[in-house]
Design a protein around this ligand. Structure first.
Ligand code: NAP
Length: 240
């Protein structure tokens, strides 16, 4: 498979890349925000990629354009870029609200926008990242849960729009996973204990816990699955 991984140097993105690269038939084009990290990872996995700033529209457009210079056709796009903002609405600044929607919702919309022309002929699979927090009302998640919740709605409608082109669009919705994004939450004992109590399995997820669902969605035998947001969250969103 020819696979684009946006955020391939992130915690979940690199775990996905590491696992999928065990299949030598897979080729990758990945994004990173950092030239050194990109060089290291593309060398390690013998793949190519480009520095991308998802907040810059031109950068997204040229990233997708350039991917086709390296990969002849695109079978899958996995978008692991995103952010977390834990603040009650009245304390968040205008820029924090805008940035959270840009970093999660708007960039997911643009990922679909630029992936479709690359997949229109042969079909394909797009995987976005939502959050289990979008499924329930969690304190201080006002902004991030609404930004991620919009991705769940987008996945459903876009899956319907592009089903006739055999393009499947799904999302993964993690609970709290140990990663660069969650480092500050996890290193604070109070917030770690609070988070553990929210997850019935009483542990924080690891990036490797997310990989099986991604592989399953990419599998040929899963080619009847579209428009879903799959929660991988230690029971956070549906057990009480
Ligand atoms: N960790 C959690 O608890 C959790 C929970 C729910 C949902 N999620 C979602 O899961 C996905 C993966 O997150 P993660 O946990 O793996 O966190 P992570 O390690 O911080 O990964 C985030 C990725 O976003 C990239 N990124 C950040 N700013 C960017 C920008 N301006 N332009 C382009 N790329 C940018 C980072 O690039 P670099 O690699 O260059 O830094 C990194 O690859 C995200 O969508 C996140 O919202 C995570």
């Amino acid at each position: 498979m020819n696979i684009i991984i946006l955020g391939g140097t992130g915690s979940i993105g690199s775990a996905i890349l590491n696992d999928l690269s065990k299949n030598t038939e897979n080729s990758f084009y990945i994004s990173s925000t950092n030239t050194d990290s990109l060089e290291k990872i593309t060398e390690k996995y013998n793949c190519s990629g480009k520095v991308l700033d998802i907040m810059n529209h031109n950068s997204i457009e040229s990233f997708f354009e350039d991917s086709t210079n390296y990969l002849e056709s695109i079978d899958a796009v996995i978008n692991c870029i995103g952010s977390i903002l834990l603040k009650p609405m009245h304390l968040a600044t205008f820029n924090e609200i805008m940035d959270t929607f840009h970093m999660n919702t708007i960039q997911s919309a643009l990922t679909i926008k630029y992936s479709i022309p690359l997949m229109r002929k042969n079909g394909g699979s797009i995987i976005l990242f939502s959050s289990a927090a979008a499924k329930i009302g969690l304190k201080n998640h006002d902004i991030i849960s609404s930004a991620k919740g919009a991705i769940d709605s987008m996945v459903k409608s876009s899956a319907m729009t592009y089903a006739r082109h055999n393009i499947r669009i799904n999302a993964i919705s993690p609970g709290l996973v140990e990663s660069n994004l969650s480092r500050n939450i996890i290193k604070n004992k109070f917030s770690l204990d609070y988070s553990l109590a929210l997850h019935p399995l009483n542990r924080i997820g690891q990036p490797k816990n997310i990989v099986p669902a991604v592989k399953w969605l990419l599998d040929k035998d899963s080619d009847w699955i579209t428009g879903k947001s799959i929660r991988i969250d230690g029971g956070l969103s549906n057990l009480k």
